[in-house]
Design a protein around this ligand. Sequence first.
Ligand SMILES: Nc1ncnc2c1ncn2[C@@H]1O[C@H](COP(=O)(O)OP(=O)(O)OP(=O)(O)O)[C@@H](O)[C@H]1O
Ligand SMILES: [Mg+2]
Length: 227
Amino acid sequence: MTVQVKNITHTYRTADLAEQNVLNDVTFHLNAGEQLLLRGISGSGKTTLINILAGLLTPTAGTITINDQPIYTLPESQRDAWRRDHIGYVFQTHHLLPTLKAWENVALPLRVAGVSGKEAKSASYDLLAQLGLKGKERNRPSQLSVGQRQRVAIARALVNNPVLVLADEPTASLDESAAATALDLLQEHCRAQNTMLIVASHDPALNKRFGRIADLNQGDWLEGAVA
Ligand SMILES: Nc1ncnc2c1ncn2[C@@H]1O[C@H](COP(=O)(O)OP(=O)(O)OP(=O)(O)O)[C@@H](O)[C@H]1O
Ligand SMILES: [Mg+2]
């Protein structure tokens, strides 16, 4: 299992805004089980890069190859299916569906992938229990604390056993102890499954948790800089 990112450049071009070059020639490689922290000030392009890695945003130039599949050569409909099977995404704003219960939010990727309702429910309950949410399965997002919602979003990203988990500021709305718990769960789960993990964050408390740290600075990828 690998992720190969080669010469990714991205420029936002919209009719009403000045052209903005966000990523310059970003190149890196991840091996199975590797965990990387992606840092950079607000507006440096972290979410842009994560969206490109998730197959959601076609880069202006460059290639992304995940498990030998160059993802932007897939037609869009196949890319959507590919994403469901391979990527777990914890969004910066966690995007839970407000009308669904916690377990139904977690089960959604399984249901879309064709897993039976019973099996999906059981897998979702298991994962929520592992994330400390036993008894909260039937709460809707508005009936959960912010930290609990974040954990449901993490459970939803992990439920399909993806090969790559992308987490965009997963601790942004959490206090120090809830952030540590959420990160522990995410990292331990990925370690146990040998899943690759990229976490975007500007929280310095995360530095010590990662073997690999990269900074986005004016569009450039700098890896190995002193924390
Ligand atoms: N759809 C878009 N069209 C035009 N410009 C955009 C678009 N999305 C983002 N940008 C610009 O691209 C730059 C990078 O944005 P991005 O969201 O990737 O930053 P970020 O590092 O995730 O920031 P934050 O830490 O605040 O989440 C910003 O300057 C932003 O204004
Ligand atoms: Mg962002």
